[in-house]
Design a protein around this ligand. Structure first.
Ligand SMILES: O=C(O)c1cc(C(=O)O)c2c(n1)C(=O)C(=O)c1cc(C(=O)O)[nH]c1-2
Length: 579
């Protein structure tokens, strides 16, 4: 899409949640450097008027900043030429019942932009195309049904003449799909399900490849018992990235439903899978299932970052993914060849390694440790000390990549869990979870529940790791000024040196940060912006007012101490270096 390429190619703007099609969250702006970042001060602020978790980042297109909120998903267009005066606002009318079927807070990972259009994807799955200048509705389309537990938290991705849209609801037995709507009028172009018959999945048995081999017929149907695949999850609530040269899109599918593995024998394909699809037809080029037959809720939806790096003297087109399951994967994004799979937190214990020998019948599969297998231990047995916890070594919070250092900077969790599966029956729109969880800091950790790490995706190694008291639940951003920014659940915006990790600046914002740091230039000056507003799965206790330790799918107890540091909020803070 030329409009997206132009908008994201202009570093004065912040035109996509992940910064660019490749998902690097890297900015070429270099006024703020590792030398002067310590001089940052708050330049201006904006209250969103909404409490609960604020994920995502504002967009800046030209002289206008577009700010979104969690449910009810209000949109503000702010005039950067006029001290942030509100040019227009859009306040959707949504049935508040949707809140009851959102698993992990009422978050929204932000707006998307192309062709003078702002795309708002509401919690109730209504996708609205707004005129970027006036805020008028161009068209809207409904992607799912909250009465069946289908909701939305993800952003969308405009690619060519279509916009790509996912769906949430893995905890409600929703059958996941990715859908392409035509940008011109909102009509549906194609839909690719994550599970089911080949024709529903847009899989070509002879030409869709899995680890170098054609996938063959009925690959999904053969990996489920009966018709469990119809309520089998594999939702698409994470990120999509795009390679314009290959014309391939990349995204991941979530956990199979239910969380009780005994109720769904088999590999449960293609949940937990990286999908590479033709952007125009949706047909799958290759797929790779990271966690076959999930037993821990390690959704595979995290961002797939597209970079070109040298391996053994040859430039390769790579895809790098930091999965919930604790392995960081490096693949060839053209073919789906698996190149590297290494743990990015030493605490990870549920698998010893991923089998890398193509001749092995276990090729590409994590080698599960029996002690931590909730399937082997069985229903109504509490399997203890599994690392990572269900929210993974990293959840949806996006990483960043600096082409200057060649390193990835990753917000991570350092949390383990006890997991007890139990039998559950399906009823549309009711929770279909089937496990009780409790979460706690990784044993023998530095005392905290998170790390902010720098990762070498070719060597498969941690370069440095900064301990954090809580999970780092914010999106990170690297800049050409050799600075990396991230936020913390207590509410700090932090800046560290891209090479060494040395902390260069911190400022405590009014509420915990689960938003994603962004930057833009206006009037010749570089600004840094971030949304505060504690929540998301990690902050669900505060966001939803829950106090029972097992509530919030086990997160309330694990993050109980957060209330000693922060409280609900909803604010944009913008920083700059004073003249
Ligand atoms: O299976 C799903 O459909 C689904 C949806 C969502 C969501 O929409 O936010 C989350 C999850 N799963 C999930 O497993 C998870 O860890 C999670 C964390 C968050 C968050 O925003 O903090 N959302 C979700």
């Amino acid at each position: 899409n030329d409009s997206v390429l132009a908008a994201t190619g202009d570093s004065k703007q912040w035109a996509a949640q992940l910064g660019d099609y490749a998902g690097t969250r890297y900015s070429e702006l270099d006024q703020i450097t590792n030398e002067n970042v310590g001089d940052l001060q708050v330049a201006w602020t904006f209250s969103t008027g909404v409490l609960r978790g604020h994920e995502g980042a504002p967009l800046v297109i030209g002289d206008v900043m577009y700010v979104h909120t969690p449910f009810p998903n209000n949109v503000y267009a702010l005039d950067l030429n006029n001290d942030g005066k509100i040019l227009w606002r859009y306040t959707p009318q949504q049935d508040a019942d949707v809140i009851g079927v959102m698993c992990c807070d009422t978050v929204y990972r932000g707006l998307a932009y192309s062709d003078d259009t702002i795309f708002l994807h509401q919690a109730d799955t209504t996708l609205v195309a707004l005129d970027a200048t006036t805020g008028d509705v161009k068209w809207s389309v409904v992607n799912g049904d909250p009465a069946k537990g289908e909701t939305n938290t993800a952003t969308v991705l405009p690619v060519n003449d279509k916009v790509l849209v996912g769906i949430s609801g893995g905890e409600y037995g929703v059958r996941g799909h990715l859908t392409a709507y035509n940008i011109a009028d909102g009509s549906m172009a194609w839909r690719a399900y994550s599970t089911g018959p080949d024709e529903d999945m847009l899989v070509d048995p002879e030409n869709t490849m899995v680890l170098g081999k054609p996938v063959g017929a009925n690959s999904s149907l053969d990996s489920w018992e009966g018709d469990q695949w119809q309520i089998g999850g594999g939702t698409t609530w994470g990120w999509t990235t795009y390679d314009p040269d290959l014309n391939l899109i990349y995204y991941g599918t979530g956990n199979p439903s239910t969380w009780n593995p005994a109720q769904r024998p088999g590999d449960n394909k293609w949940s937990m899978t990286i999908m590479a699809r033709d952007a125009d037809t949706g047909v799958a080029k290759w797929m790779y299932q990271k966690t076959p037959h999930d037993e821990w809720d390690f959704d595979g939806v995290n961002e797939n970052i597209l970079v070109d790096q040298e391996i053994d003297g040859t430039m390769r087109k790579l895809l790098v993914n930091f999965d919930r399951n604790g392995f960081a994967y490096t693949l060839d994004r053209e073919t789906g060849e698996l190149l590297v799979a290494e743990k990015y937190d030493p605490a990870v214990n549920w698998a010893t390694h991923v089998e890398m020998d193509p001749a092995s019948d276990q090729y590409g599969r994590p080698q599960v440790v029996a002690e931590y297998s909730t399937a082997q231990n069985g229903e109504d047995v509490n399997t203890t000390g599994i690392c990572p916890a269900a929210l993974g070594t990293k959840d949806q919070q996006p990483s960043t990549y600096s082409p200057k250092t060649g390193l990835f900077y990753v917000p991570t969790n350092h949390v383990c869990m006890d997991y007890e599966p139990f039998r559950v029956s399906y009823s549309a729109g009711q929770p279909y979870v089937g496990a009780t969880l409790s979460m706690f800091p990784a044993p023998g950790s530095h005392g905290g529940m998170g790390n902010f790490i720098a990762w070498d995706a070719v060597a498969g190694e941690i370069k440095w790791s900064l301990p954090e008291q809580f999970s780092v639940w914010s999106g990170a951003m690297a800049t050409a000024g050799d600075v990396v920014f991230y936020g913390t659940l207590e509410g700090y915006l932090k800046a560290v040196d891209a090479e060494t990790g040395e902390e260069l600046y911190k400022f405590k914002t009014p509420s915990g940060i689960i938003g994603y740091v962004m930057t833009y230039e206006h009037g010749g000056k570089q600004y840094i912006g971030v949304l505060s507003g504690v929540g998301g799965w990690a902050g669900i206790g505060l966001a939803a007012g829950l106090t029972n330790a097992n509530d919030g799918l086990g997160a309330v107890g694990g993050y109980a101490a957060l209330s000693d540091y922060t409280a609900l909020g909803g604010q944009l803070t913008v920083f700059a270096i004073p003249d």
